[in-house]
Each structure stands twice: as structure tokens, then as C-alpha cells.
Ligand binder design. Structure first.
Ligand code: GLV
Ligand code: GLV
Length: 319
């Protein structure tokens, strides 16, 4: 019997055509997230699931799936999937590391620079006709070169952010569960405790995975420790940061600015207080959003799924 492959959202490139030659593909036809009830119904007879980071793959859903062998997500982050349940049920899980590392690190830098130099306010200034004459004291921002960057989570993306920081002659601090000797020898990064990183960094860049340990790690106490000139960039997952605490810190001047690719809640509503803040640049989860990277992710997710169904080793397996 042919494998039954569920695809929760049209991926870019030719990934679905490739899946088609390995099983019967059913794809959610709409240009929005799949309805959970539809996913539940389709999962009952699926042998493989190709999903997106916005799909919640929880234990109930997995238990209702009869014959599932593999889940392949078109993302590096897997916090939307109950990995323990997958382990218990013998379901393989694939994801897309490496191919998105450069793009995501580039976006961390885009936000770091945009927030520091007040690009969003500056663009509005021109568009609103405020640019009457050159002002010696208008829209002054923060320095980047020769400041201190603190990277939280020194995985592939964190290391790539660090490599770029070398070009700005920055002092590089990092916080990570385990030492990362390569980041130390290649990029001159120094491992410190979380509190020390908060105390000393001019730019704090969040690059860690969302886990029970990191959820809400940036709370009121964390912001209170930071410099009043600190810039906070989050390209990881929104709920690593306590949103209310961040809003308070930005409003009261406890920190200077923030650049967010991810938010909690996500999507963040347009009338959310965070969005109205002039010192907070928010973009809609675009870390990996270049054509080349998204096609590479779609292909790698297809490779993972096809390999698992064939009983071969998956190129990027997490469970
Ligand atoms: C994006 O956030 C990803 O996890 O790939
Ligand atoms: C996270 O998974 C990373 O690639 O840094």
C-alpha cells in the first residue's frame, strides 16, 4: 500500500512534486494555517506528516493518528511538536538545521542594526515630511562597532551571529548550557553566567531554542539587570521573553530598544502595545525568509520525509 503523506501548507519550490512520487499526497489547499480539526481527521490515516512551525503537533493529535511513521517540519525549531510523545510512539521527527543558519543570523544583524540606529523611526520621519533640515541632534542611536554583544544560545545560529560580530570589532559574550569551544577559539567568544551577560552586554541577541528551561527567561528581573542603553534582539521564539516585562522595560527606559522577529502572542495584533512603541521594531517571523533558504528548507524537509519512509537515515533527524 502506498504511503499517505499529509502536507499542512504549500511549501515553496518543488518539494510537493517530489513527495508525490513517494506516496499519495494530500495538501491543505488554503493560504492559511490548516484547521486543527481537519488535521486531526487527515492524521487518522496518514503515514507521514509534512508540517509547518505554526502547526501544533501535540500528544492528543499523535494519539489519534493510526499509523504515523514520520513527522517532517519545515523549520529548525521543534517546540511545536511533542517530542517525548514521538519518542514513546516510535515516530521519527526531522527538521531543517544548517540551511537557514546564515539567513537567520543575517536577520539578527538586520534587527540589531535597525533597532540601534532607529531605522523604523527614521523612515517614518522622512515619509511624514518631518525632514525639514539636517539636525545635529535628531534620531541619535546606539553604537554597534566596538561594543559588547551577548549571545544567548550558542548553537549554529548563535555561532554565526558571533562570526559576524567579529567584523564589528565587538567583545563577544555568550550564555549556553554547555561550553562551545569552537565559538571560543574561532570567534573569541567568552562564556559567562546569564546575569553577567545581562550586566555587561550592549546588545543581547536571543538565539536559543524554546524549552521548559528558556520559556520566560527574559522577565522583569532580567531587564532590570541590563544597561539602560541595552538593545534586545529576539530571533528565536517569542515566549522566551515575557512580553509584558519587555513592554514595561521599553516604556520606562529600563532598556533602550528592541528588535523582534518573534513575539508572544504570535502573530502579534496590530493594536498590541508593543507594536506602538517607537523603540521596538517588530517584524513577522522572517528569520529564514529568503527565496534560496526557504526552498532549501522545503527540500530538506522533503528529503527527511522521503528517507524515513524508505527506512533510510534521515539527513536531519531530531527524534
Ligand atoms: C523558524 O523559526 C524555524 O524554526 O525554522
Ligand atoms: C538552532 O537550532 C541553531 O541552529 O542554532
Amino acid at each position: 500500500m502506498r504511503d499517505r503523506i499529509i502536507v499542512t501548507r504549500q511549501p515553496p519550490g518543488r518539494a510537493v512534486e517530489r513527495l508525490d512520487s513517494h506516496g499519495d499526497v494530500w495538501m491543505w489547499p488554503h493560504d492559511r494555517e490548516i484547521d486543527h480539526s481537519v488535521l486531526e481527521e487527515k492524521m487518522r490515516s496518514a503515514t507521514a506528516l509534512y508540517c509547518m512551525l505554526t502547526d501544533r503537533i501535540d500528544r492528543d493529535l499523535l494519539e489519534s493518528a493510526g499509523d504515523l511513521k514520520v513527522i517532517s517540519t519545515m523549520a529548525v525549531g521543534v517546540d511545536n511538536i511533542d517530542l517525548d510523545a514521538c519518542r514513546e510512539m516510535g515516530i521519527a521527527v526531522g527538521h531543517t538545521p544548517e540551511v537557514l543558519t546564515d539567513s537567520t543570523a543575517d536577520m539578527a544583524w538586520t534587527l540589531l542594526m535597525a533597532a540601534s540606529r532607529r531605522i523604523e523611526e527614521a523612515v517614518a520621519y522622512v515619509k511624514n515630511g518631518q525632514w525639514g533640515r539636517w539636525e545635529p541632534g535628531a534620531l541619535l542611536g546606539l553604537d554597534v562597532a566596538r561594543t559588547t554583544i551577548g549571545i544567548v544560545g550558542m548553537g549554529r545560529i548563535g555561532q554565526t551571529v558571533a562570526r559576524r560580530a567579529r567584523g564589528f570589532d565587538m567583545e563577544i559574550l555568550y550564555f549556553s548550557r554547555s561550553p562551545q569551544p569552537h565559538a571560543e577559539s574561532e570567534h573569541g567568544a567568552v562564556r559567562v553566567e546569564f546575569d553577567e551577560l545581562l550586566d555587561r552586554s550592549d546588545h543581547v541577541v536571543i538565539c536559543c531554542a524554546l524549552t521548559d528551561d528558556t520559556r520566560g527567561m527574559f522577565d522583569a528581573d532580567a531587564f532590570a539587570r541590563m544597561k539602560r542603553t541595552a538593545n534586545v534582539v529576539n530571533i528565536a521564539r517569542g515566549s522566551i521573553v515575557n512580553t509584558d516585562a519587555l513592554r514595561d522595560a521599553l516604556t520606562s527606559g529600563q532598556i533602550r530598544c528592541a528588535g523582534l522577529d518573534v513575539t508572544d502572542p504570535e502573530p502579534v495584533p496590530a493594536d498590541h502595545p508593543l507594536v506602538a512603541l517607537p523603540n521596538c521594531t517588530v517584524i513577522p517571523h522572517l528569520g529564514s525568509a529568503t527565496e534560496r533558504t526557504r526552498i532549501a528548507m522545503a527540500d530538506l524537509a522533503a528529503d527527511n520525509l522521503i528517507a524515513a519512509l524508505a527506512g533510510a537515515s534521515m539527513p536531519a533527524r531530531i527524534v
